[in-house]
Design a protein around this ligand. Structure first.
Ligand SMILES: C[C@H](O)[C@H](O)[C@H]1CNC2=NC(N)=NC(=O)C2=N1
Length: 101
């Protein structure tokens, strides 16, 4: 899908509805904390399924009790696009259901 990079203003507007998310080095990023490792791994598993449905994929980092999510759009030259905001909203929904957002 051809998508255009968002302007800084558009990214800021999108981030206003995504508490905990920020823009770092042309990526939308967020870290989630969990009571332990299996709970953290469950977020990764569910986000992986959602990413397949969306056809858009973040870089997920699984630690002992933390998960890092970092995403931009490769096909837009590594810039942030609407696809990244959409993915971040979906990850937030999953994290809310799992009680960590
Ligand atoms: C064909 C497939 O939809 C593309 O390769 C998708 C897969 N997931 C992707 N994920 C991300 N983050 N950026 C992309 O440009 C991208 N492209």
């Amino acid at each position: 899908m051809a998508v255009e990079p968002l302007t800084d203003e558009e990214i800021e507007r999108g981030l206003a509805d995504l508490p905990g998310w920020s823009l770092r080095d042309d990526r939308l990023v967020r870290t989630y904390s969990f009571p332990g490792h299996p709970a953290a791994a469950r977020l990764v598993a569910e986000v992986a399924e959602a990413q397949e449905e969306l056809g858009h994929h973040s870089d997920l980092t699984l630690g002992y009790n933390k998960v890092g999510v970092s995403v931009n759009t490769h096909s837009a030259g590594g810039k942030v696009t609407e696809l990244d905001l959409r993915l971040a909203r979906r990850v937030e929904e999953i994290a809310r259901v799992q009680g960590v957002a």
